[in-house]
Design a protein around this ligand. Structure first.
Ligand code: NAD
Length: 283
């Protein structure tokens, strides 16, 4: 695949919330995209009847699937039917361990999880953290440019998934602490709105405080990013930490709070609904 110029044949597997708009942007960028999903969808390109059909003549094979089991189910089909020199890009959020296993079995593999959510995918402004070989990263440049704006090669196979895990760790932990701050201030009878404004302007400030403090105070937990997905990501984070042989006690605690949110029936709410769990601890 040359940088930028020629039309690339892409087999795109997984046309859900994220994959569908991403595949659409690749079509708009001029590429020849054949997609496949268990549910037929329109995305602007050709829809194939199977993984095999989607990847048969592909220069680039892409997956954007929910989690490890789906990627592991589709991958053997790719290995069996894609051209041997095809570049494989997995945009899904999965464990670094699985990402590395895939890279051992397919020569040109990049793990490339994204952040930015549904809106980031729709607007083609995703952040992409990439693990793999520099030459493959360079070759994938036009693909990444069509769907994202911040793109970084962060190391060898699995590295992108470690960075995504780190991202989700910080996001989950920050939500838990902002929730505790709200519970504390409200219980003490101080003006929590003004209090959070002060926090947002000082060293405690964060993008989460900036974007979510008003909706959290209003108990508006419409998703956004669902508790269910963050629960899956906490599993990845704990697995990654175990694989790297490090302790992440705050991550473990955050994982339990998110598990509680799910167990209490809040799986389809936004992850800021961690506030419901933290509130429940003091009632
Ligand atoms: P989704 O469930 O909307 O889409 C996944 C698609 O994969 C579905 O359309 C499903 O039918 C399809 N699929 C499942 N198994 C398949 C198979 N065997 N063959 C073909 N198709 C199959 O999920 P999503 O929200 O698009 O997320 C995809 C990935 O991106 C996940 O790993 C998620 O964690 C990550 N992610 C999501 C967001 C977000 O805000 N939704 C943000 C960043 C990262």
């Amino acid at each position: 695949m040359d940088q930028g110029v020629r039309v690339v044949k892409i087999g795109f597997i997984g046309l859900g919330i994220m994959g569908r708009p991403m595949a659409g942007h690749l079509v708009k960028a001029g590429h020849d995209v054949t997609g496949f999903d268990l549910n037929p969808v329109e995305f602007g390109g050709a829809f194939a009847g199977s993984v095999a059909e989607a990847v048969r003549d592909a220069d680039v094979v892409i997956t954007m699937l929910p989690a490890d089991p789906q990627v592991e189910a589709v991958f053997p089909e790719i290995v069996a039917h894609a051209p041997q020199d095809a570049l494989y890009i997995d945009f899904s959020t999965i464990t670094p361990r699985t990402a590395r296993r895939l890279a051992e079995r397919w020569k040109r593999t990049l793990d490339a999880p994204v952040s930015g959510g549904e809106k980031g995918a729709a607007d083609a402004v995703l952040s992409i953290m990439v693990g793999g070989a520099p030459a493959d990263f360079e070759a994938a440049g036009p693909i990444f440019a069509a769907v994202g704006t911040t793109v970084e090669l962060v190391g060898g196979p699995g590295s992108g998934q470690y960075v995504k895990a780190a991202n989700q760790l910080v996001v989950g932990g920050t939500y838990a602490l902002v929730a505790e701050a709200i519970v504390l201030m409200e219980a003490a009878g101080v003006d929590a709105r003004a209090g959070l404004d002060v926090l947002a302007g000082g060293l405690a400030g964060s993008r989460i405080l900036e974007l979510k403090r008003a909706s959290m105070l209003a108990r508006d937990f419409r998703p956004g990013f669902r508790i269910d997905l963050h629960h899956k990501d906490m599993g990845i984070i704990l697995d990654a930490a175990r694989g790297a042989e490090v302790a992440i006690p705050m991550g473990a605690l955050t994982a339990q709070l998110i598990a509680a949110a799910r167990a209490q029936g809040h799986g389809s709410l936004d992850h800021s609904a961690l506030l419901k769990v933290v509130e429940g601890l003091s009632r």
